[in-house]
Ligand binder design. Sequence first.
Ligand code: ZN
Length: 324
Amino acid sequence: MKSEIEVLDAFENIRRAQRAGAYAPHKPLLILLALARVQHGEPRLVEFTAVDEMLKQLLAEFGPSSAAKSRHYPFWHLATDGGGALWELTGPREFLKRPAGVTPTVTELRTHHIKGGFPFDIDDALRHVPGLLEAVASRVLDAYFPLTLHADIAASLGLDLDGPIEVREARPLTTVDAIGQRRRRDSGFRERVLRAYEYRCCVCGFDLRIGLTPAGLEAAHIQWHHVGGPDIEPNGLSLCALHHKLFDLGAFTVEPSGHRVVFSQHAISGDRGMAGELQFHGRAIYAPQHRDFLPAHEFLAWNVKNVFKAPARRPIAATPRARR
Ligand SMILES: [Zn+2]
């Protein structure tokens, strides 16, 4: 069985191969899905067909637009990453012998009953080292997704991040935290961004305080911190908790040239329609107190490309009253 350190290293090596600034949720979502299967005591290998629908849904929810179309890529390519240390494929020998770079289609993976999963030594350690699976899952979430989405992703997968209580109490995760160089968060970022926007949500103007302390207000990274977004005001937006979450989900973005809030066509507001969340569509954000703090074009462009769920809603024209 592999040691805890070896297992964590194997996952860490996959992350390091990621291009700086690139955001592709495919691999981490497949890994998290596979971890959830192990946690639920399911067999080591699974047919692509059995997870296809789930991958599609996860990518539609947590990936940028059109990500779901390439949902089968990591199922195939993860087997060659890190020398095959993390993913194993089984199926007809002829089929598996094709060059690694030639991605099979979804239909091919289905008809050849291709199965994938963690190699035996990794799978075994994940099942038997207390707390290891939860530590790996937390690190994958930290490395690829903003904190606002962690609980939602885990819930979609039925993944329990805390693990059994007796393990948590018996085993502080210090050994795990000591491994790998995570970028430290700049704790001054939140304060500087909130101050730049005078302690209000730049979308809806929310500015509640409890006593003197702003409540429910957060500093969002426009280009996500874990994919290289810097801790500077032009990469930050002051948002209420709701708008922070909607922003990280790609329900809206801020358009780079005019700083207008643009909602996705996928964001539907039910009966409340334009009286609800969508009332902010097309409006400019509340400006920060100095133009040096305005969101920078390059970071907004990154967000539009990597997070926003295109296509954008059209500009609002004068419209007749919505049907009831
Ligand atoms: Zn808000």
